[in-house]
Design a protein around this ligand. Structure first.
Ligand SMILES: Cc1cc2nc3c(=O)[nH]c(=O)nc-3n(C[C@H](O)[C@H](O)[C@H](O)COP(=O)(O)OP(=O)(O)OC[C@H]3O[C@@H](n4cnc5c(N)ncnc54)[C@H](O)[C@@H]3O)c2cc1C
Length: 392
C-alpha cells in the first residue's frame, strides 16, 4: 500500500519541536522551511506542483530578499546562478532613452541586486529546506483551540500547531480563512506575456523598459538569456497569443535593443500570460492558520519586489516561530504581523504607484509621464521600497 500523505509528513517532522505545516513550496514557503531548518525545526512542507521547477519567469531580487540567503549560506551559489543588475534604463513612448539610472548607491548601502530565473532560485531554496511532499495539497482544515488538523486528498489527516498558507496569489488557504470582502483587489486593466530571448550584444547588467500608450516592453537579463515582458491592455491581450503579440510589437519598434530582443525570441518556450492584478488581505491569520508571501499580499511585478518581500516576511515569521510555544501561537503570529504588515503594504503600494506611471492608455498621459520621468530620480521611483530596506 502506498504511504499516506500524513505518514510522509510525519517522517518530515521527525524530531520537531513545533508541528508546522507549510502549504506551498514557492519562494515564501521554501524560504520559511529552509530558515526553520536552520533554527532546528522540522516543518512539514507540501507543494501542489511537481518536482520539476522550470525557469518560469525572471526575477529581479533586491537586497531586501537576497539578504536572507546569507543566513542560509546560499550566497555563493546564488551569485553563480544570477547576474548583477547595475543599471535601470527607462525609454519613452517613441523608443527614445529618457534616463539611465545607476543602482550603485543602493547596492553600496544595502547589498547586490541581481537577476535570476524563478526556477533556479526555487531549486536553491528547496535544496535547503528538507524533503518536500510534491503533488499534494490540503483538502480541508479543521480548526480547534489547541491544534489545527489538515485533511489531505488521499483522506489521511494530521494535527499541527500551525498551518502556514504560502500558496501564492490565488491562495486557497486565504480563501478558507478570509472572507472575500476582506481581500482588496487592485486591477490595472493590463496584462503581459513572459517570453525568453538570447539577443546578440546584450548588456547583461541592465534592466530596460519601454512604456508607450497602451503597451510596453521590458528586458530583464538572467544568466545566458533575457526575460521579456510584453505588456498591454488585458482586454486586448486575453484575445491574442504571445507569438502574435510579439509579431505586432516588432512592427512598432525601431532598430535597437527591444527589437533585437524580440527578433531573437525563443519560440520553443510557450509564452505565459499574467494579468496585472494584485491582492491585499486585511486578515493575515485566524487561530492557528497564517498567511505568508503573495497569499497575504500579492504584488504587481512593476517594482520587482514581490519575491523579496515574501523572503523578508518568511525571515520574520521564522524568527518569531523560533521563539514561539504552541500554547501562545496567537501571540507569535501577532508579532509577525506587527513586524511585517506595514513593510509589505508599503512595498505593495510602491508597486501600485509605479503601475500608474507604466500602464498608461492615452497619448496625453503618456506624454506627461515621459516628461515627468525626465525629473524622477531612482529615489522617487522606489521611495517606499528604499525606506523599507532601510528598516522602516
Ligand atoms: C511575471 C512576473 C514577474 C515577476 N517579477 C518579479 C521580480 O522581478 N522580482 C520580484 O521580487 N518579484 C517578482 N514577481 C512576484 C513574485 O514572483 C511573487 O511575489 C513571489 O513569487 C511570491 O512568493 P510566494 O511564495 O508567495 O508565491 P509563489 O512563488 O507563487 O509560490 C506559491 C507556491 O504555492 C504552490 N501552491 C499553490 N496552491 C497550492 C495548494 N493549494 N497546495 C499546495 N501548494 C500550492 C504553487 O504551486 C507555488 O509553488 C513577479 C511575478 C510575476 C507573475
Amino acid at each position: 500500500m502506498p504511504e499516506t500523505v500524513a505518514a510522509r509528513l510525519e517522517t518530515q517532522m521527525n524530531g520537531c519541536r513545533l508541528r508546522i505545516l507549510i502549504v506551498g513550496a514557492g519562494i515564501a514557503g521554501a524560504t520559511l522551511a529552509a530558515l526553520l531548518h536552520r533554527h532546528g525545526e522540522r516543518p512539514a512542507i507540501i507543494e501542489r506542483g511537481s518536482n520539476t521547477a522550470d525557469g518560469g519567469y525572471m526575477l529581479g531580487l533586491m537586497p531586501l530578499g537576497a539578504r536572507v540567503l546569507h543566513g542560509l549560506q546560499l550566497t555563493e551559489a546564488y551569485q553563480r546562478a544570477s547576474v548583477a543588475v547595475t543599471t535601470y534604463e527607462a525609454f519613452d513612448r517613441n523608443g527614445g532613452l529618457i534616463r539611465s539610472y545607476s543602482l550603485a548607491d543602493l547596492v553600496d548601502r544595502f547589498g547586490s541586486w541581481r537577476g535570476v530565473e524563478r526556477g533556479v532560485l526555487l531549486s536553491l531554496l528547496r535544496d535547503a529546506c528538507g524533503p518536500i511532499c510534491f503533488e499534494t495539497t490540503v483538502k480541508d482544515i479543521i480548526e480547534r483551540e489547541k491544534s489545527v488538523t489538515a485533511i489531505f486528498p488521499d483522506g489521511s489527516r494530521a494535527g499541527f500547531d500551525l498551518i502556514v498558507g504560502a500558496d501564492g496569489i490565488h491562495s486557497s488557504t486565504r480563501a478558507r480563512i478570509v472572507p472575500d470582502d476582506k481581500v482588496e483587489e487592485f486591477d490595472t486593466g493590463w496584462g503581459g506575456f513572459v517570453m525568453w530571448s538570447t539577443p546578440k550584444n546584450f548588456a547583461g547588467g541592465t534592466y530596460s523598459e519601454l512604456w508607450s500608450t497602451g503597451w510596453g516592453l521590458g528586458l530583464y537579463p538572467v544568466p545566458g538569456r533575457v526575460g521579456m515582458f510584453l505588456a498591454g491592455r488585458d482586454g486586448k491581450l486575453s484575445e491574442t497569443d504571445g507569438e502574435a503579440y510579439a509579431a505586432e510589437l516588432e512592427q512598432r519598434l525601431a532598430a535597437g535593443p527591444f527589437l533585437d530582443a524580440l527578433q531573437a525570441r525563443d519560440a520553443t518556450i510557450r509564452p505565459t500570460y499574467w494579468r496585472m492584478v494584485d491582492y491585499r488581505s486585511s486578515i493575515w491569520s485566524r487561530g492557528r492558520v497564517v498567511l505568508l508571501g503573495d497569499a497575504a499580499a500579492a504584488f504587481l511585478p512593476t517594482a520587482g519586489v514581490g519575491a523579496s518581500a515574501a523572503m523578508d516576511s518568511a525571515a520574520a515569521l521564522a524568527d518569531e516561530l523560533s521563539r514561539a510555544e504552541s500554547a501562545r501561537m496567537n501571540f507569535a503570529l501577532e508579532l509577525y504581523e506587527k513586524r511585517q504588515r506595514h513593510r509589505v503594504e508599503a512595498t505593495e503600494k510602491n508597486s501600485r504607484d509605479l503601475s500608474k506611471l507604466m500602464f498608461v492608455n492615452s497619448a496625453p498621459a503618456a506624454w506627461a509621464r515621459d516628461k515627468l520621468m525626465e525629473f524622477y530620480s531612482l529615489k522617487h521611483l522606489i521611495n517606499d521600497i528604499s525606506k523599507v530596506m532601510a528598516g522602516a
